[in-house]
Design a protein around this ligand. Structure first.
Ligand code: NDP
Length: 337
């Protein structure tokens, strides 16, 4: 075959934000397929905060990406050649594709889903609301900290991929939902377009006062995506017996410093907190079905920000940390097959 596969391989571990030169861009011919192998053209890459953690050499839930390894990433691609009876040309495949143009897939590799060639949902949405982000939000808001009607739920990173869906699910559950986001535009978006009851700008000087005013009855449930000062402010508003779904701690992902512990509110307010990972969730089909149904019924809005170009992946990832996207951040890799 004459196609060229570009791959971004980790060269050095970033300090702070990711730089282009933390990666080598390697070009090599796509290999000939052997029996049982499938060639997948990568179409879209999911840009996820956890990738920044995978670049760090610290204990975590998966092995860190090794120096010299193709950067790990979830993605969506189309089968362009197959020597397997399990995959046909034209099939859509979802799973760990990595930062590359082509994935050479072994037919028995675990963790890959074959989707209908025309799934009836825009492809970027399959990585966002109807994909891993939506499933994370659903898992958190149904199994970890379901909300009762009338309770106040606070969601941080609320204009992002997981947070925007978690907040909308809490609204469907009948809760009063308050989103935390950076900047007035995102706060307006949460209230005017996603139907949140209130939104609070954590970058504003009067953030804590805004949060207090938005949560007059205290906070029953915190869907936590950020950690640090944002989380501490929410904990200070929690009611006795409040519940925290600990989904992510993005405020610390670019730093090797350990955040300081402050568990006082958990004792004083008898709070409970449960960390969770979407990897453990077994009812993905139910979650995607429910979310797709809510989208069709107009009860839930899915949004994606689509960036372009595999070669830009390292710097596009930083948009998760500077807040310059809304909804799910995905990267379109190249011409669509
Ligand atoms: P988002 O689309 O929400 O993007 C991240 C957002 O976080 C940014 O848009 C930014 O919004 C906000 N943010 C970034 N840095 C800070 C900071 N220092 N302080 C406050 N806000 C900040 O990403 P995802 O939806 O993919 O992920 C959200 C969280 O969910 C992450 O913590 C991630 O690790 C976690 N996650 C957990 C999973 C699990 O299984 N437990 C699975 C998937 C994600 P703004 O403009 O408002 O600052």
């Amino acid at each position: 075959m004459s196609q060229i596969n570009r791959q971004l391989r980790l060269k050095t571990r970033p300090e702070g934000l990711v730089q282009r030169d933390n990666f080598d861009l390697i070009e090599q011919p796509v290999p000939e397929l052997k029996d049982g192998e499938v060639l997948v053209k990568v179409l879209y890459l999911s840009m996820d905060p956890t990738q920044r953690v995978w670049m760090r050499d610290v204990p975590q839930y998966l092995p860190p990406v090794a120096i010299g390894e193709v950067m790990r990433a979830l993605g969506l691609g189309r089968v362009v050649a197959s020597r397997s009876s399990r995959y046909s040309e034209g099939d859509l495949v979802q799973g760990v594709t990595g930062w590359q143009d082509y994935l050479l897939l072994q037919e028995d590799a675990k963790g890959y889903a074959r989707l209908p060639s025309d799934p009836g949902i825009p492809l970027p949405t399959l990585l966002g609301a109807a994909g891993m982000s939506g499933v994370t939000a659903y898992y958190g808001m149904t199994d970890i900290t379901p909300a009762q009607p009338g309770e106040t739920v606070v969601v941080s990173a609320a204009a992002g991929s997981v947070g925007s869906i978690a907040g909308q699910i809490a609204k469907i559950q009948g809760a009063r939902v308050v989103g935390i986001a950076g900047g007035a535009d995102k706060c307006r978006y949460l209230v005017d377009e996603l139907g949140f009851d209130a939104a609070v700008d954590y970058k504003a000087a009067d953030f804590k006062q805004q949060l207090k005013a938005a949560t007059p009855d205290g906070v029953h449930v915190n869907f936590e995506n950020v950690g640090g000062a944002v989380m501490r402010a929410v904990l200070s508003r929690m009611v006795i017996g409040g519940r925290v779904a600990l989904c992510g701690l993005i405020s610390g992902y670019n730093s090797d410093e350990k955040p300081s512990d402050d568990f006082g509110p958990f004792i004083m307010k008898r709070l409970s907190m449960r960390g969770f990972l979407v990897l453990d969730y077994t009812r993905t089909k139910e979650a995607v079905g429910a979310i797709a149904g809510w989208i069709r019924q107009g009860k839930l809005k899915a949004e994606e920000t689509v960036a372009e170009g595999l070669e830009n992946a390292p710097v596009v990832l930083n948009r998760l940390f500077d807040g310059s996207h809304r909804g799910k951040l995905v990267l379109r890799v190249g011409a669509q097959a």
